[in-house]
Design a protein around this ligand. Structure first.
Ligand SMILES: Cc1ncc(COP(=O)(O)O)c(C=O)c1O
Length: 367
């Protein structure tokens, strides 16, 4: 399987229940603020959604302003957001926005290893691709990205990047933004996981306001635990690009359940606070424990809800099979460009599941 989250092939379709460490979804689950209001979606099912999604965009705009107190650093939260509804394009998951945004360019620089859809979409749209590889420590190679931008109309980069969870260093990235701004290039920043980074001010949302070269992609999928609702969005001051993407979309691409989700979960303060508390605790718990597993050579720095590890004397296929025998699905990373069978990725879940995977890995260690 190409992606994580395939609990069907070895699980459901074989009548087995697996603990899924291969996809990275907030274990607090679907927010109760959605469940309590689901009737609103049932009641609106018999009519078409607003084809312009005016209320959805209003809620997204409010969210980006309101959530600043949770995700911006202290000095950033003093600055005001100036996002307008016209700066937003909504999509059927972040995946639709990524795909259609990439389709607007003839050539693109893709930072790799990264979410494999970037490359698949670029190939599908016959874009020429320049690759910028992460450094050995999984940090971005800012100099290399800048040089690759000379031949590319656009860049796509994850912040945090999947599969390693590292984030953009804004000071080092500034030269790339300035270059793209001056030369009419576009930077697609995939922030599908950005909420998990907490109050550290890592998002480029604020930088987007004065730099029309920046296009941010976000979703309800990961932090609000709703992969099944398929709700994503793009935000940029580049109205031309927003319009180009909109022109490629089918009408009514978002259904009434996603509309209700946007209305309620994005102002669910209790859910946000509990999620931030959980991720800070569990990220440090699991990374610490993984460092003590004998066949794990390296645990990479992560600010997200997943951890990339390099194995020693063990390959990802063997580890995958051994974990599966004990009811756990992990993400093999050999199909990420730039990685090989030495790499695996683990989701960060609730304490009970995290303890379980550590127990399983320890048992394999002594095998
Ligand atoms: C980095 C990244 N961006 C985007 C997506 C797709 O998100 P969505 O399910 O909202 O389409 C994924 C899914 O795994 C991802 O890992």
């Amino acid at each position: 399987m190409e992606h994580g989250g395939d609990v069907y092939t070895e699980g459901i379709l074989k009548g087995k229940e697996l603990i899924d460490f291969s996809s990275n979804i907030n274990p607090l689950g679907v927010p109760s603020s959605f469940k309590e209001n689901i009737n609103e979606a049932l009641e609106s099912m018999e009519r078409y959604p607003d084809v312009k999604y005016r209320n959805v965009k209003k809620h997204l705009k409010n969210y980006m302003k309101f959530s600043s107190s949770y995700f911006d650093s202290e000095n950033q939260s003093l600055q005001k957001y100036i996002i307008d509804e016209e700066d937003i394009v909504i999509g059927n998951g972040a995946a639709e926005i990524i795909d259609l945004a990439i389709s607007c360019f003839k050539n693109i620089c893709i930072v790799v290893p990264s979410f494999i859809e970037y490359e698949k979409n670029a190939v599908k749209w016959e874009c020429e691709i320049e690759y910028s590889y992460l450094k050995k420590n999984m940090d971005f190679d800012y100099k290399d990205i800048l040089s690759k931008m000379k031949n590319s109309e656009a860049l796509i980069i994850g912040n945090p990047n999947n599969p390693n969870g590292n984030v953009i260093d804004k000071d080092k990235f500034k030269a790339i933004i300035d270059y793209c701004q001056k030369n009419n290039k576009v930077i697609l920043v995939d922030e599908a996981f950005s909420e998990f980074t907490g109050k550290r001010g890592f998002s480029l949302l604020k930088d987007m306001e004065n730099n029309h070269c920046i296009f941010i992609i976000k979703a309800l999928t990961k932090f609000y635990a709703m992969p099944g609702i398929r709700m994503g969005y793009g935000v940029s001051k580049n109205r031309e690009l927003i319009k180009k993407i909109q022109e490629k979309q089918n009408p009514w691409n978002i259904n009434c359940f996603a509309e209700v989700a946007v209305k309620y979960v994005l102002k669910d303060q209790q859910y946000i606070e509990e999620s931030l508390k959980w991720i800070e605790e569990e990220r440090s718990f699991i990374t610490h424990k993984l460092k003590n597993i004998g066949f794990i050579e390296k645990v990479y720095t992560t600010y997200s809800n997943f951890v990339l590890c390099r194995l020693k004397n063990m390959d990802c296929n063997k580890l995958y099979d051994l974990c599966l025998e004990q009811g756990i699905a992990i993400r093999k990373c050999d199909n990420f460009k730039g990685l090989n069978e030495e790499y695996v990725r683990f989701a960060i879940k609730d304490r009970q599941s995290n303890e379980k995977i550590i127990e399983v890995l320890n048992s394999i260690n002594h095998f």
